[in-house]
Design a protein around this ligand. Structure first.
Ligand SMILES: *Cc1c(COP(=O)(O)O)cnc(C)c1O
Length: 450
């Protein structure tokens, strides 16, 4: 038995892996990872894998990045944790200040949040889903505090994904996650996503069609809608469906016109993933609530945050606790996680990551040309540090075969159905980019053959 086999066997006895039909591991090996360095992960047998999906979209600057690691070590020798109710601490103060200074603003007042001011109030959670929960509860409670308790439904896009706790799953439109729990879930109002379901980046015209559908829905039901929630520019979990910023701008205007709050779920798209620090910037909009998580700690620790305006915050401010936002998690605003986030923001500032990624992105797109022009590749698309395409004529079980064929070639991919995507850390050198593309080409040919 190899070291991999031994660790995998122990794991399978006691660890219930997320998002997994555990029986699949009778056929597919579980990969025990014992070390990470930069873009590479190493298994117990010493084989390595290039992490092309940033380990579920969280790892921005490589595994065990020493700059983030050092900040974390220093923090855990200074203050590990203190509850955030009745207390505060330097990392959470500094992080909230910096995030509110960085958060999207709208130059055009028609694209601003209700009340106009900056997103300067930060409410913390642990995972992305807990940020979604905060945003949904806050939006509903905002209207309740303003004497409009009937505004209690949410609009979400076809193919939306906002996390898998019950509230977040209620606004998620993906049958694979939703169907088993449907009896437990709230009913969102689902509006058509911009662009064809084929996942191609949509054009201003498809944005206009989807906006007419949204407008009709809002004219019908805005009186009962608390908020609309969107993944700005890229719907990730439904297959990296990219859409035109004109749609997002239109959504902002329509929500404002109809008295509906806009929640931007930038849990995946935030932290530079789409080419700007936040995807909302590309549409020039400011949401009423902004959800961040995933890359916010550079992939070191779980942390999420919802940023909102004076307008929303003010509706909760008063003498009664019934008016207050009584939502908490034990680890709300954990100092070590906040320090990891501060160190991540330092890297963006010191290294000029956003500008450097523009060059990096075009180099990767250039080197990926053999994929874009491959006879079995459709809809090759790119936005910032995301690339995606569909494998044409891939049969059932393709995603699993493709992932395995990639592992066999020292590459970590996690296709969604027939969609293969890259969401690499922002550090790949030319040799790693070459490896990414060549291993993908090899794996694609192998997975399409079987
Ligand atoms: C991953 C994700 C979530 C959920 O985050 P978790 O940390 O997995 O709970 C929510 N929304 C979007 C857009 C995501 O990509």
């Amino acid at each position: 038995m190899s070291a991999n086999d031994r660790l995998a066997a122990r794991s399978l006895l006691h660890v219930w892996n997320p998002c997994t039909q555990m029986k699949q591991h009778e056929a597919w090996p579980l990969v025990p990872v014992v070390r990470g360095e930069g873009a590479w992960l190493f298994d117990a047998d010493g084989r390595r894998y290039l992490d092309a999906v940033s380990s579920w979209w969280v790892n921005l600057f490589g595994h065990c990045n020493p700059r983030i690691g050092d900040a974390v070590c220093e923090q855990l020798r200074t203050l590990d944790h203190v509850m955030l109710a009745g207390f505060t601490h330097p990392p959470v103060v500094e992080l909230s200040e910096r995030l509110s200074a960085l958060a999207p603003r709208a130059a055009d007042t028609r694209l601003a949040a209700a009340g106009g001011g900056p997103l300067r109030h930060a409410s913390y959670g642990s995972d992305g889903a807990s940020a979604t929960e905060i945003a949904l509860k806050m939006a509903f409670h905002y209207w309740r505090n303003r004497g409009m308790p009937d505004k209690r439904r949410f609009i979400a896009l076809e193919g939306s994904y906002h996390g898998e706790t019950l509230g977040a799953l209620s606004v998620t439109d993906l049958a694979v996650f939703r169907d088993a729990y449907a009896p437990l879930l709230g009913q969102p109002v689902i509006v058509p996503a911009p662009g064809p379901a084929s996942s191609m980046p949509c054009c201003p015209e498809c944005a206009a069609d989807a906006l007419s559908a949204l407008q009709a829905e809002l004219e019908r039901s805005a009186g009962t809608i608390a908020a609309m929630i969107v993944e700005p520019l890229v719907q990730g979990a439904s297959g990296m469906r990219m859409y035109h910023p004109a749609y997002l701008a239109g959504v902002r205007e329509l929500c404002s016109q109809h008295g509906v709050l806009l929640i931007a779920d930038e849990i995946m798209t935030g932290m530079g993933r789409t080419g700007t620090l936040f995807a909302c910037e590309q549409a020039g909009i400011q949401p009423d609530l902004l959800c961040l998580s995933k890359g916010i700690t550079g992939g070191f620790l779980p942390l999420s945050v919802v940023l909102t305006t004076d307008e929303v915050f003010g509706a909760f401010y008063g003498d009664s606790s019934a008016r207050a936002f009584l939502h908490s998690h034990s680890y709300t605003g954990n100092p070590i996680a906040c320090r990891a986030a501060l160190a991540t923001l330092d890297i963006f500032a010191q290294d000029g990551t956003i500008a450097a990624n523009r060059q990096r992105s075009s180099r990767i797109t250039e080197r990926a040309r053999p994929l874009a022009t491959h006879a079995r590749v459709r809809n090759f698309r790119n936005l910032g540090m995301i690339w995606a395409f569909e494998a044409d004529g891939a049969g059932p079980g393709f995603a699993r075969r493709m992932a395995q064929a990639a592992l066999d070639r020292e590459l970590l991919l996690r296709p969604i159905g027939h969609t293969i995507y890259f969401m690499p850390p922002y550090i790949l050198d030319d040799a790693q980019v070459a490896h990414l593309v060549d291993a993908t080409l090899g794996a694609l040919d192998a997975a399409l053959q079987d």
